[in-house]
Design a protein around this ligand. Structure first.
Ligand SMILES: Cc1ncc(COP(=O)(O)O)c(C=O)c1O
Ligand SMILES: N[C@@H](CCCC[NH3+])C(=O)O
Length: 463
């Protein structure tokens, strides 16, 4: 039977308004909102940063994470310009390696790290320590020690235990780290449950509504070993509407007033976290960084004016918005299987080990045939991986050309954030290489894992 979608009644569930069958020529189009700035088709073949993806696949193999360096740097500059009177700390959890840390340092950003490992990468990249923030809801003593030894710019405190722990470790070393209090503002961010972080019933921060945030401030101010510089809030991730950020900014400003009234001090800094949504599929409308910055600044300024408070310095921590759109994953098609009357399963040589987001959050992605164009009619497809799970899905519902065949390359857009950083070795699949492209050149910034890497920690294999 033809793999062209037969438009039978069993397709009704996926033939929704969200996934109407497009004209065949649309399958070759690259929506500029979703693809990196430097992506185009040249003689039908996807070209990233001036390089034909067939050449990238031939040189580095697949699956392959490809980052458009100009795209990442341009987005970093855009945020830095928007928050020119404050600080932009890139959230390294989105994707971090020494090359990216160096790009962002050169663009003047700071860096938010949330583990001793991320801190080690930042230090290896020579990232200026005074522009590093340490995060985490359960930082181990060794992670706090590493941060103190390095002399990081600030540590965001997340629990009462941590306040005592850090004060003790700082006292032992005779240092006085700058700290912020992470506040749970009670904002219900409009995003997937797993990536909303400011509602009361979750693990991060000190609750504002219960009074824990103000109690944390009291405890820190009672301690000589810690220097309290401000409050922090991060409401969640992949957020499109601005309401949540505005409510959080408003509630933090109210807390600054309460602190002034109780302690007679005005904290100089306010960190509003990250969470700015990016376009994964056509129609997603990301924030304009300048409009966002102007809006947040105006809200905080309004509150400060109303309460006669000095305007604090603002920091934001975008992760996904900096590295997400500049990253593309290239895969090779291995099998194309019709499941009669339902859809076509296109299996590629990666999957949930290099992109967990679809399995974990039901994330949506855009995928195109990359190694050629096709005028074949669209077939209703599901892009799946090679792992032993039926939930090993990269793109749940998409239209691909009906002549797709083993050996074709497909590219998935907007995979620069939370894909390599959340990658695993499930099924002992090695993690793909990461390549940076720029002006027609390419280089490996994280090499592909090998079987030796997979066996490196196996004690008996190395006995
Ligand atoms: C404290 C903190 N800051 C910043 C971020 C970055 O978020 P995003 O990548 O959505 O901008 C996160 C992750 O959600 C976070 O936990
Ligand atoms: N990992 C998540 C975002 C969580 C960010 C960290 N708080 C994602 O892929 O969307």
């Amino acid at each position: 039977m033809s793999r062209v979608h037969p438009a039978g009644p069993r397709h009704a569930d996926v033939l929704t308004e969200d996934h109407p069958m497009p004209p065949a020529e649309d399958l070759n189009a690259l929506d500029p909102a979703v693809w990196p700035h430097g992506a185009r088709r040249e003689e039908g073949v996807l070209n990233l940063g001036g390089i034909d993806v067939r050449d990238l696949a031939a040189e580095y193999g697949t699956p392959l994470y490809v980052y458009d360096e100009h795209d990442v740097r341009a987005r970093a500059r855009e945020y830095a310009a928007a928050f020119h009177d404050g600080d932009v700390h890139y959230a390294g959890k989105a994707f971090l390696c020494t090359a990216v840390a160096k790009w962002l340092n050169e663009e003047g950003l700071g860096l938010d790290v949330c583990s001793g490992g991320e801190l080690a990468v930042a230090l290896a990249a020579g990232f200026p320590v005074e522009r590093i923030t340490l995060h985490g809801n359960n930082k181990a003593p060794w992670e706090l020690e590493r941060a103190l030894e390095a002399g990081v710019g600030r540590i965001v405190l997340d629990s009462f235990e941590e306040i005592a722990r850090l004060a003790f470790l700082a006292g032992e070393r005779g240092v006085r780290p700058k700290v912020m209090i992470r506040v749970t503002t009670g904002v219900e961010a409009h995003t997937h449950e797993f990536i909303a972080t400011a509602h009361d019933d979750q693990k991060f921060g000190f609750s504002r509504s219960s009074g824990a945030a103000l109690e944390a401030v009291r405890r820190v101010l009672d301690l000589d070993q810690l220097e309290l510089i401000g409050l922090h809030s991060h409401i969640g991730s992949q957020i499109f509407d601005t309401d949540g950020f505005e409510v959080a900014a408003h509630r933090l400003a109210e807390l600054l007033v309460a602190i002034r009234d109780e302690h007679g001090i005005e904290l100089p800094e306010l960190d509003l976290g990250g969470g700015y949504g990016i376009a994964y599929v056509p129609g997603d409308e990301p924030h304009d960084p300048k409009a966002m910055a102007d809006g947040l600044r105006a809200i905080v300024a309004r509150e400060c004016k109303a309460y006669e408070l000095r305007m604090p310095r603002l920091t934001v921590e975008p992760g996904r918005a900096i590295t997400g759109p500049g990253g593309v994953t290239l895969y090779e098609v291995g099998t194309v299987k019709d499941v009669e009357g339902l859809r076509t399963y296109v299996s590629v040589n990666g999957g949930m080990s290099d992109n967990l987001r679809t399995a974990l959050y039901g994330a949506e992605y855009t995928c195109v045939l990359a190694s050629r164009t096709s005028d074949a009619p669209p077939m209703l497809s599901r892009l799946v991986g090679k792992h032993c799970e039926s939930g090993d899905i990269i793109v749940r519902d998409l239209w691909l050309p009906a002549d797709l065949a083993p050996g074709d390359l497909v590219a998935v857009a907007a995979t620069g954030a939370y894909c390599r950083s959340m990658a695993s070795n499930y099924n002992y699949v090695p993690k793909p290489a990461v390549v940076a492209v720029k002006d027609g050149t390419s280089r490996v910034i994280v090499r592909r894992e090998t079987d030796d890497d997979l066996l490196r920690l196996d004690a008996e294999a190395n006995a």
